[in-house]
Structure formats: C-alpha cells, structure tokens
Design a protein around this ligand. Structure first.
Ligand SMILES: [Zn+2]
Length: 306
C-alpha cells in the first residue's frame, strides 16, 4: 500500500518536473526568439532603408520604359512612398519620400547634387540608360569670365564661380529642375511630363531665369549672366563612365540651348521659337531675330528678352 503511494508521489513529482522543464524550455526558446527578432527587425529596417534604391533599380530594370515616372502610375513608388513617409523626419525626397533628417541622416541618405529636394538614389543611382523625353533645357553662363580670369587669381575665380553656382542652385532648384554645373556655366533640365511642370514648363523656366538674373545682379562681385533656352525631345537618363554615373539629357535640343546660352549677351535671355510659343498668357516683350548658330545647318528663329 505504502509502496503504491510512494510510486504515485514519484510519478506526480516526475510530472511536475516535466511541466517545469517544458515551461523552462518554452521560456528559453521565447527569450532567444525575442532576442533574434530584436536583432533581425532593426537589421531588416536598416537594410530596407539602405537598399531602397536597389529595390527601385531592380524594378526599373524590369520595365520597358524605366524612367521613373511610369513607376508612379504602376503604384510601385506609391507603396514605397507610403512606407518611407512614416520614417522621421522632414525634409525628405520629393520623389521617394525617404527622409534626409532623423533616421535618414543616421542611414546616410543624402540630397542629390542636381536638386537638393531629391535624394541621390532617385537620380545618381538610376540604372544606366536613356529614354526619349520632352525636355526644356536652360543654359546660363557668366559673360566675360575668360578675360576676367586673366586679371584675377585662381582662388578669386573659384569664389566667383562658387557664388554663381549658389545663386543658380537657389534660383533653379526650388522648381523640379535638375541642375548640372559645368565650368562657368550651368545647365538645367526640365522634364516636361513631371507633374509640377507640364504645360507650364516654359513659364516656369522663364520665371526661374528671371530669379537667377535678379540674384546675380544683387550679388556683389558677380559677373553678368546670359541665358539660352530651348525645348524638344532629348534622351534623358543616366550615362556611365566606369563607376561614375551622370544623370543628364543628350540631343540636339541640348546643343541648341547651349549655343543660345553662349550667344546671349549680359543679362539677355535668348529663347527659341518653341519656348516663346509655349509661354502662356500675354507674351513678354521680345525682339524676334534669326541667328546662325555655330554647328547648326539652318538659321534659328530666336526671341531676345531683356
Ligand atoms: Zn528619392
């Protein structure tokens, strides 16, 4: 009798020990799963933020028409933006919504050199390749820089160019223009199908030019600037030279705008007929003329705005 009782107590003890061991094992496993998740979740988040451009790039490469705008219509960027919009904090890329401050700063997200309202990943990291797009192209260059440089030190010349770049950057990048700095001139590319541009592209380009000329006039120790503008189809996208990439526009429209920029006198804005016709409302006062631009087979009708 007593033996059976001892046996029962023994079995109960074993059951209690088994339950305790099961609880201990469950707690142990839970702690490890918890710790693992604690490590994996932030790592996943970091990788998502750091590689967000890779996601876009992968997706871009599967598209027939990979310039970023179609991604808005497929909703891909929309989903991506909804996620990135949740991350702290403003300011953020106007396109993908990745933040530059807060989490973005920690992750090393940097504004694009071509327009600080966008991130590098949206432009500099685009896959190599170009696509035909309607663009407005603006060239602004400092008049008389070469002769001015002859009588000034190289550091004075660098300061002068640097002030010009700063003025151009402020005047042009508040709109969705992508600005490239080339020696003593700048090129701004306006992609017409950009939602903020569209039919207003020519008006926006002219308003930006006027802001730039005003800024240069008000800036001390600056050389006057001449501006040329043209619109038309160009190949837009990322060109690669080895490891370095350049987001740019290539085509006759760019060459013509560059020639117009070089032909403009100080404080003069030379616009092609196409740009002048695209201006909405009452046309600004302008002198109509024809120019024989270097490298162009035909005379070009231009309008001179002062
Ligand atoms: Zn972006």
């Amino acid at each position: 009798m007593a033996k059976a009782r001892y046996f029962e107590i023994g079995v109960t003890c074993l059951e209690v020990i088994a339950v305790l061991l099961a609880i201990l094992a469950a707690v142990y496993v839970s702690i490890w799963i918890g710790l693992l998740l604690l490590v994996l979740l932030p790592l996943g988040l970091v990788s998502m933020i750091c590689n967000h451009d890779a996601w876009i790039v992968r997706r871009l490469q599967t598209q027939d028409n990979p310039l970023i705008l179609p991604l808005c219509t497929t909703g891909f960027v929309g989903r991506h933006r909804r996620l990135l919009r949740l991350l702290p904090s403003d300011p953020r890329c106007r396109f993908c919504m990745v933040p530059f401050a807060g989490v973005g700063k920690v992750m090393g997200i940097k504004p694009s050199a071509m327009n600080p309202n966008y991130c590098r990943s949206c432009f500099e990291a685009m896959p190599t390749g170009t696509h035909e797009r309607e663009v407005g192209v603006l060239f602004a260059d400092m008049r008389g820089f070469t002769s001015w440089s002859e009588t000034h030190s190289s550091s004075d010349a660098a300061d002068l160019v640097s002030r010009f770049y700063a003025n151009a950057n402020r005047a042009l990048t508040s709109d969705d223009a992508f600005v490239d700095f080339i020696g003593d001139q700048i090129m701004a590319i306006y992609i017409v199908e950009w939602p903020s541009l569209g039919a207003k592209t020519a008006d926006i380009m002219l308003a930006a030019t006027r802001r730039l000329l005003d800024a240069v006039r008000q800036s001390t120790a600056s050389l006057p600037v001449g501006v040329g503008m043209h619109m038309g189809k160009a190949q837009v996208g990322s060109l690669a030279a080895g490891e370095s990439k350049n987001f740019t526009a290539i085509g006759d429209v760019v060459n013509t705008a560059a020639r117009l920029g070089s032909a403009a006198n100080a404080n003069e804005i030379l616009v092609s007929e196409k740009v002048y016709e695209a201006l909405s409302g009452e046309k600004p006062q302008a002198d109509r003329t024809t120019l024989d631009l270097k490298g162009k087979a035909e005379l070009l009708t231009v309008f001179i705005l002062r």
